[in-house]
Design a protein around this ligand. Structure first.
Ligand SMILES: C[S@@+](CC[C@H](N)C(=O)[O-])C[C@H]1O[C@@H](n2cnc3c(N)ncnc32)[C@H](O)[C@@H]1O
Length: 325
């Protein structure tokens, strides 16, 4: 049974917590033992269970999340009417063959981690946490243009990236750290995907979705692009000034600046596919800020930042979140 939160529910919870503390203390007293340091869940849960389920087994939550995000199950349920759905119905709406029993087990497992609710056996509904995994697009838009399905202001681009590239890379971390020097590739990611350069890999045919998802997560990043509008007195730069955004990715800092300081000229540099790909920067600007593109004040320049920059002496180079590369 599901109980909606209310004051009385919270009060009940407090009472359970208080009476449980008394019970725990009396058990410790009965054994002449002192209460261990307060690590909350780790304290009240038997250690083997805690470490097996939460630490060692945490990747199963990630794997379940990867499955539901990649198959857009939160979006299927968002559009459901009524807003609870039987697993058979969810399975029938996933556009790749899926096995309802396996799906039910994944959703039930996530529900035990407070992601979705199992309202009655095999019938699931969103809760606040699971609703955060909905993409910004409708199910039809997701199906019509899968490559751009992660675009928009949600956390799903970041989540999808972490659960795909990140999860696979994490499995290689230990072996990578323990490998004799020079014997294996230079990062867990490169070891996991057996490539030499993540950016070239993003550029390869077949990686359009991942490349676009990465761009989308960069534009949703928590580092507000707006900080660049007041950190520097852009208004004092004369009209002839040029700003070069090196490794701009998709639509982040420069577009925010251009909207506020349209007297400046901007040159957007990144790898060729990021600039000119189907969901690339050039097309994005043309759609989002066409008048600025038409004014000729923004140029798009495929450029490898490990090579000498083709722009001589601009007024400002922007290099945000690229120096680690
Ligand atoms: C972490 S993102 C940062 C994006 C953007 N500067 C921002 O702060 O939102 C790194 C960007 O560098 C680009 N990049 C990586 N290697 C590059 C290279 N050799 N030349 C040009 N761009 C590169 C990637 O395509 C990606 O868009």
């Amino acid at each position: 049974m599901t109980v909606e939160p209310s004051n009385s529910t919270l009060q009940t919870l407090v009472e359970i917590a208080v009476s449980s503390v008394s019970t725990l203390e009396s058990i410790y007293q009965a054994h002449g033992a002192s209460f261990p340091s307060l690590d909350l869940i780790a304290t009240v849960c038997p250690p083997n269970k805690h470490h097996t389920n939460l630490d060692g087994g945490g990747m199963y939550v990630s794997a379940g999340l990867q499955y539901i995000v990649e198959t857009s199950i939160p979006d299927i349920m968002k559009e459901g009417d009524p807003k609870v759905m039987h697993v058979d119905e969810i399975a029938s709406k996933i556009n790749v063959p899926t096995e309802a029993n396996g799906l039910a087990r994944v959703l039930r497992f996530l529900a035990t981690h407070h992601i979705f609710r199992e309202v009655t056996p095999n019938v699931f509904a969103h809760n606040r946490t699971s609703s955060m995994f909905c993409k910004a697009k409708t199910l039809k838009e997701i199906r019509d243009d899968p490559v751009t399905q992660y675009n928009g202001l949600t956390s799903t681009a970041n989540l999808g990236h972490c659960l795909d590239e990140g999860l696979r890379s994490a499995a290689h971390l230990s072996a990578w750290l323990q490998a004799p020097k020079g014997s294996i590739r230079v990062s867990p990611f490169l070891a996991a995907f057996k490539v030499d350069d993540i950016w070239r890999w993003f550029e390869q045919p077949g990686n359009e979705l991942r490349r676009n998802r990465f761009g989308s997560l960069m534009s949703n990043t928590q580092w507000e692009a707006e900080i660049f509008t007041y950190a520097i007195r852009w208004d004092l730069f004369p009209e002839t000034s040029t700003v070069v955004d090196v490794g701009e990715s998709l639509r982040t800092v420069s577009m925010t600046l251009a909207r506020k300081f349209s007297h400046l000229k901007y040159i957007i540099q990144d790898l060729p596919q990021v600039i000119d790909g189907d969901a690339g920067t050039r097309k994005f600007w043309a759609k989002e800020y066409p008048e600025f593109v038409q004014s000729g004040k923004v140029q798009f320049q495929p450029h490898d930042f490990f090579r000498p920059n083709p722009v001589n002496s601009p007024d400002v180079f922007i290099m945000r979140a690229i120096l680690h590369d």
